[in-house]
Unconditional design. Structure first.
Length: 303
């Protein structure tokens, strides 16, 4: 146990050094024309060093907000919630696009008996079979699920299974929120990210990177590393860009982890400042109908 604690403290102490190296040597991991730089990017994206850089940043911001200026945490909360809302409000339009495209496919296939759709913006031609466009609808659904997750959380739209939460006092609720974000939300999404990161790269490059491989071994494999983007569909003329789903899974993990930090800071600040700070700076959508707004507030637990 002591060895583990020392290992954690050592990695926290080295985190600023690793961050400094990454910032001052961008070509070593961002120049993807060089296979060794790409290998470093793949390795460090799922490494212990990267985790402790993120974790130490969270600890530093939290410590500064608690010990020095509370406004640091409020600014971080507002920035992260603005980011989540911005992405969610844009990507949510994919739901409408999905419906319109499905209607178009039905009309073209069942009424006009068209076999393919051709788009030609700016003089270019993009031709795909109707089955390709039909399977591509799953991408819109995946975008809504993965990229709107934090937006839905901010808006209070997730389903609650409430056993004791509504019956306890305000500050007890915030304690539950803080514990939940640290003990459940962050560890679960870190494990998901570690799987998703290497799962994504196994469908983008060969030889397939291993999560257990050391950097030196991966650098030796860089000589034979090449791009091999997955373009295999489930049907002969079906959607063939399933690698995008792997990228969306990684984006989902990043958004959830960022909001876990935001949620912890908001819960702490509301616990500290009391009930008058509940929903402070919270940017939630207004339905325009009093009954719908009340129902949404009840569902989100804000009333």
């Amino acid at each position: 146990m002591i060895d583990f604690i020392l290992w954690v403290l050592q990695n926290i102490a080295l985190a600023p050094y690793h961050l400094f190296l990454a910032i001052t040597n961008p070509g070593a991991w961002l120049d993807w024309s060089n296979p060794e730089s790409l290998v470093r990017f793949i390795y460090y994206g799922g490494s212990v060093e990267f985790f402790f850089v993120v974790f130490t940043t969270f600890l530093v911001i939290t410590a500064l907000g608690m010990a020095w200026k509370r406004e640091i945490l409020w600014t971080s909360v507002r920035g992260l919630e603005w980011f989540a809302n911005g992405i969610g409000r844009i990507v949510s339009w994919a739901g409408l696009l999905m419906v319109l495209q499905q209607v178009m496919i039905v009309f073209l296939q069942r009424i006009f008996r068209v076999a393919e759709i051709q788009l030609g913006p700016l003089g270019t031609a993009f031709v795909q079979d109707l089955s390709w466009w039909g399977e591509e609808l799953k991408l819109y659904n995946a975008m809504v699920v993965t990229l709107c997750v934090s937006y839905t959380f901010v808006q209070g739209g997730h389903v609650r299974v409430d056993l004791v939460y509504s019956a306890v006092k305000f500050r007890t609720k915030r304690m539950i929120d803080m514990v939940g974000s640290i003990i459940f939300m962050m560890p679960a999404i870190v494990l998901t990210y570690l799987y998703a990161w290497f799962f994504m790269w196994r469908h983008l490059v060969v030889p397939n990177p291993s999560a257990s491989a050391e950097l030196d071994r991966m650098l030796m494999q860089a000589r034979v590393l090449r791009w091999n983007v997955e373009t295999i569909g489930f049907s002969p003329n079906g959607f063939n860009a399933y690698f995008l789903f792997k990228i969306l899974l990684v984006a989902y993990c990043v958004l959830v982890f960022l909001h876990a930090m935001s949620f912890f800071w908001r819960s702490y600040l509301e616990w500290l400042e009391g009930e008058e700070s509940e929903g402070k700076y919270l940017d939630r959508d207004v339905m325009g109908d009093e009954a719908e707004d009340l129902e949404h507030a009840i569902h989100s637990g804000s009333t």
